[in-house]
Design a protein around this ligand. Structure first.
Ligand SMILES: NC(=O)c1ccc[n+]([C@@H]2O[C@H](COP(=O)([O-])OP(=O)(O)OC[C@H]3O[C@@H](n4cnc5c(N)ncnc54)[C@H](OP(=O)(O)O)[C@@H]3O)[C@@H](O)[C@H]2O)c1
Length: 325
């Protein structure tokens, strides 16, 4: 992809920075974040920025209000990608729950308003969404046509996904194509992979819980390729699952990770131990115990071919590049 102008809201995080690094030399990337980014001057900061040869502009926003300084950047741009949202990797306290929901809805509303106010609106708006929207599934895979979305009001993460998608669906942007990408757990140089790799290093790389729960995942490179595909294909619109076509069980995933990192054995982690561990590191067991079995039917129907359809090659690429090990 070359000579495009791309705005990435919430672009200071794991996925946003990977996209900025990929596109920031041949395109103009604008990142909206709540903190000012200092130009790296010590040679150790790996963040892509103008100071290390990228065509990247960072704008501060509050993630809630449409303000002129950043909204102007949307004028005539090729694509807006909204990734903003408080991380779900935390304890689900009342205040965290509220922030997880509000941050996603407010950011979506602010971008929608900016697009409606633009004289020359962006061609495409991609909003992050999550493959967690589907129910705990151990019987059959879930796709956009036959997948079941949990109606359980106590299933917090599903409620987040639903409210987030509803906020996005409700945005009327007649001159801007909209796509929601229900993204699976993304494997790359991010917190998720580091956590799995650390477990393996500490000898705890066995299955978690029963290990029979399904693990849908996607390689970070396929996230970028799929977004580029969406931009190139003007007929695409609506909701798409962004998960590799080769989901595995948790047990299988851990076994492949152990094998690739040269660890013969890994102690299984029973649910009670996971609960204690999750409390100690400030997260929720649902993130590893929910059975996520999601297929990218619509994306494949559109002709998209995953570079990393199988977990073994995906993990090998990350470990060989020493990005995560
Ligand atoms: N990574 C995955 O496996 C995965 C899978 C499915 C869906 N997703 C979704 O995709 C999006 C990007 O994922 P990621 O892994 O790149 O997440 P991330 O590293 O946590 O980055 C999200 C960004 O959102 C911004 N943010 C945080 N709290 C905010 C708030 N209260 N208001 C406005 N902005 C806030 C942050 O930017 P500033 O602090 O600079 O504002 C942060 O850089 C997230 O919404 C996530 O839920 C991720």
């Amino acid at each position: 992809m070359k000579n495009k102008k791309i705005i990435i809201a919430g672009g200071s995080g794991f996925i946003g920075q990977a996209l900025a690094e990929r596109w920031g030399r041949d395109n103009h990337v604008v990142i909206l974040g709540r903190q000012m980014v200092k130009a790296p001057n010590n040679g150790r900061d790996r963040r892509p920025s103008a100071a290390n040869g990228y065509n990247i502009t960072y704008w501060r926003w509050d993630g809630r209000h449409t303000e002129k300084h950043w909204a102007n950047e949307l004028e005539g741009c090729d694509m807006v990608i909204n990734l903003a949202g408080r991380s779900v990797n935390c304890r689900y306290t009342d205040s965290n729950r509220q922030e997880i929901i509000n941050s996603r809805i407010d950011a979506t509303n602010a971008i929608g308003q900016a697009i409606r106010e633009a004289t020359v609106p962006p061609k495409l708006w991609i909003n992050a969404a999550s493959a967690t929207i589907y129910r705990h599934a151990q019987d059959r895979p879930q796709d956009e046509y036959t997948g079941a979305i949990s109606t359980d009001p106590d299933d917090f993460s599903v409620q987040v996904c639903k409210q987030w998608e509803t906020a996005f669906d409700g945005q009327r942007t007649p001159f801007t194509r909209k796509i929601a990408l229900r993204t699976a757990i993304t494997l790359g140089d991010g917190a998720v992979m580091r956590r799995f790799v650390n477990l393996v290093k500490w000898g705890l790389g066995g299955p978690q819980g029963s290990g029979r729960q399904m693990f849908s995942w996607v390689h970070i490179e396929d996230v970028a390729l799929a977004i580029e595909w969406c931009l190139e294909h003007a007929e695409m619109e609506g909701t798409y699952n962004l998960a590799a076509p080769g989901p595995v069980t948790n047990q299988n995933f851990m076994a492949i990770l152990r094998q690739l990192t040269g660890h013969k054995r890994g102690i299984p982690t029973p649910v009670w131990l996971l609960k204690i561990g999750a409390m100690m590191i400030g997260t929720e067991t649902e993130l590893v115990l929910k059975s996520r079995w999601v297929l990218p039917t619509k994306l494949e129907e559109s002709g998209f071919v995953f570079r990393y359809p199988r977990v073994e090659s995906a993990l090998r690429s990350l470990i060989t590049k020493q990005e995560v090990y």
